[in-house]
Ligand binder design. Structure first.
Ligand SMILES: [Mg+2]
Length: 418
């Protein structure tokens, strides 16, 4: 088989960067993007390079970010804007290839194998993309270039921000083998400690290990990880058409470290739900009535659960439902490596009498939905810049809201994340 040319493109500090493009006064100052910047209990969803220098991290509370940097600037989320810029970036990718796989709102895998004759080598194409994104949109990107998806992703992580990094097929060992195994996608802390017990500390150690031993240590995953370490990942870039019969909207994140602390985990559910409900609004498919979660442990095993709720588009309700589902099913001491939230069952704006209408806060909820809707409509009509600051969609703390008793029996069907 002919060698492939795969790019992995990752927009740097995406939410914070878009906020800065739209608000040049943020430039060069520490900035955090939060669900509700007025609430100290709010959660940091994104931060820029300057805020990182103060040690501010995603999913910590606004109060804790302020303790690290009292003058940090705060802004709410504007998913319409992020989606808009994400689409613009995609248009740039599509000048070079139609094989674009969206990994998340700010990350894509691109297959450039067939594009080289027209546009040059993988690195040359990556440079063209990096410059176009910078000049046309004012955003920066880190692009990895390699001969498979795993190494392209690895390369994109090696230099940030605003960089192109190549892991070439010939001589990849020199670059990849000295790196710690944890740099390899899907190797978590506990896997790493299992491996280090056998003296396997670098990706090179992993590649040189006996397959039988790895299978004994890690099960069939041992064989897969060894294949990745040897550069034998042959997963294709899966191009899928946008908005093709939208049935669900999901987002997942590998956590910076494995977590057991319930408060921290809850904040991650808020981070994910914020982006999922933002995209729900953008997709214009009404409200969702099902919340799914996926939780990965340190052994890379995924569990999923789902539950029905009265139709909602509110971040707080999705987050609290997801968190409740998690608490009911996940052992307290078991570390969490990755979390995902997906919503489905869209009502396409069909007005329904819901249980929510009978709740004391049913009316309040409706008003809030209408307010959010109004802001969204104005932005859509008059451009994304018009209603930026000043109007902030309140995302009240809904933890006091009694989640309905309507929960359906849960299905527990372990599967790999999509
Ligand atoms: Mg990014």
């Amino acid at each position: 088989m002919r060698s492939r040319v795969i790019l992995h493109s990752d927009l740097n500090n995406f939410f914070a960067s878009v906020e800065t493009v739209l608000n040049p006064e943020f430039k060069g100052k520490p900035l955090i993007v939060c669900g509700d910047p007025k609430q100290r209990k709010g959660v940091v969803l994104a931060k820029n390079e300057e805020a990182k220098k103060y040690g501010i991290k995603t999913a910590e509370t606004v109060a804790s970010a302020l303790a690290k940097c009292p003058h940090v600037l705060r802004t709410g989320t504007h998913f319409g804007d992020y989606k808009y810029y994400s689409g613009k970036v995609r248009e740039i990718y599509e000048r070079f290839t139609d094989v674009v796989e969206e990994c998340s709102i700010d990350e894509c895998s691109l297959d450039m194998t067939a594009s080289q004759r027209l546009f040059g080598s993988g690195v040359e194409i990556a440079e063209k993309i990096r410059l176009a994104i910078k000049e046309e949109l004012g955003l920066t990107v880190s692009i990895g270039v390699s001969f498979n998806k795993i190494f392209a992703k690895l390369a994109s992580e090696m230099k940030k921000p605003d960089a192109v990094t190549e892991i070439p097929e010939i001589g990849f060992e020199k670059i990849v083998y000295p790196l710690p195994v944890t740099d390899l996608l899907y190797v978590g802390k506990s896997t790493a400690s299992t491996l280090s017990g056998c003296g396997i500390r670098t990706i090179g150690d992993l590649a040189a290990s006996d397959e039988g031993l790895l299978c004994k240590l890690l099960g069939k995953r041992g064989r897969i990880l060894r294949k990745y370490a040897c550069g034998e990942d042959d997963e294709p870039v899966r191009a899928h058409k946008e908005k093709e019969d939208l049935k669900s909207i999901g987002n997942s994140s590998t956590l910076p470290v494995s977590l057991t602390d319930r408060e921290e985990i809850k904040r991650w559910f808020y981070v994910l739900s914020e982006s999922v409900t933002g995209r729900l609004r953008e997709a214009d498919v009404g409200r969702a009535n099902t919340v799914h979660i996926v939780v990965r442990d340190d052994n890379l095993e995924d569990k999923t659960w789902q539950t029905k709720i009265p139709p909602t588009m509110l971040c707080g309700e999705v987050a609290e439902t997801a968190y409740k589902l998690f608490c009911e099913n996940w052992p307290r001491a078991k570390p969490v490596r990755m979390l995902g939230v997906t919503i489905s069952g869209f009502d396409y704006h069909i007005e329904q009498m819901t249980l929510g209408d009978f709740l004391s806060d049913g009316e309040k909820r409706k008003k809030k939905e209408r307010a959010e809707e109004a802001v969204f409509e104005i932005r859509k009509k008059y451009g994304f810049g018009t209603l930026q600051r000043g109007v902030i969609i309140a995302d009240e703390n809904l933890s006091g809201l009694d989640l309905r008793k309507e929960n359906q029996p849960r299905s527990e069907n372990p599967k790999t994340e999509d």
